[in-house]
Each structure stands twice: as structure tokens, then as C-alpha cells.
Design a protein around this ligand. Sequence first.
Ligand SMILES: [Fe+2]
Ligand SMILES: [Fe+2]
Length: 191
Amino acid sequence: MKTTETKEKKTTAKTDAKKGTIRAKSDAASGLKELFIDSLKDIYWAEKALTKAIPKMAKNASDKKLIESLNNHLTETEEHVIRLEKVFDLIGKKATAKKCDAMAGLIEEGKSIMEETELGVVRDAGIIAASQKIEHYEIATYGTLRQFAATLGFSEAATLLEETLEEEKGADIKLTEIAVEAINIEAAEAE
Ligand SMILES: [Fe+2]
Ligand SMILES: [Fe+2]
């Protein structure tokens, strides 16, 4: 009898562990609106961090088109910060930044790539790679935020988030073009 009880207890514990449910923090978001606001705070931090990170990448780039594209996207990124402030305003919340660990990691990775490469075409390739990871993260984030805004009935905010989303996509396409061109030039020179 005693053996059976022990066996049952073990089974219960195992099942719970299998579920892997994470216990929420006491201040966890209980609704979509809270999740939306929380995500806005994250990307607000990320965009502000990028206004400092992009100039460093531009300084370390050699290719003229890459430098130009990074500088253009810096101007757009500054606008993304302002747009987010407008979004906060539209939903009646104060613009607040909350550290985004994912973006902090991506920026850090970009820094490591620059430290690990010689100035020139290889560092440029590394900068493009790091920048595209950043753009893809932003594309995923703004796609979600736009949808959250639309679902919650914040149509004006959804439009603003859509504008930023399109600029992130544009920056990503531009980086791909530069990468392809640079690779082609390198290939031609090697012949
Ligand atoms: Fe951005
Ligand atoms: Fe971006």
C-alpha cells in the first residue's frame, strides 16, 4: 500500500514537470492591452539603443553604399522613436523604455563581429549580417505590434506601426542588395 502511494506521488510530479508551465510574475500582463504596452516599452528601449549603435556601425563600415544606407536608417530610426512616442500618446500612456534583452544581445553581437574582423570587406559583411538580424527582429516585433493595435481598436497607432514596419523591411532589402553587390565585386576581383 505504501509503495503504491509513493509511486502515485512520483507520477504526479513528473506530469507537472512535463507541462513546463512558467509561473507568472506578480505584475504579469493579464490582458492583450497590457502585453501590447509591455512590448511597446521593449521596442522603445530597442530603438533608442539603436540610435547609438547604428552610428558605431557606420563608423566601422568601409563600403560607401553601406555607410550611406546605415546613415539613412539612422534617420529613420530616430523617427521610429518619435513614432513610438506618438503611439504611447494615442493609447494614453507615458512613453517608457524597458530594457529589451533580445536587442541588447543583437547589438552586443554586432560589436563582437566588429572586434573580430579586420576593417574592410570582411567587417562590412559582418556589419550587414548583424544589421539584418536586427532588422528581422524589428520586422517581427512591428508585425506583432501592428496586429495587436488593430485587434485592440487603436487604428491610428496601427497605421504608425505599419509605417515603421515598412521602413524596417526596406532597410533589410537594401542590406541584402549591398551584400549581393559586394559579393559580386569581390568575386569579379578574384578572377
Ligand atoms: Fe526601427
Ligand atoms: Fe531598423
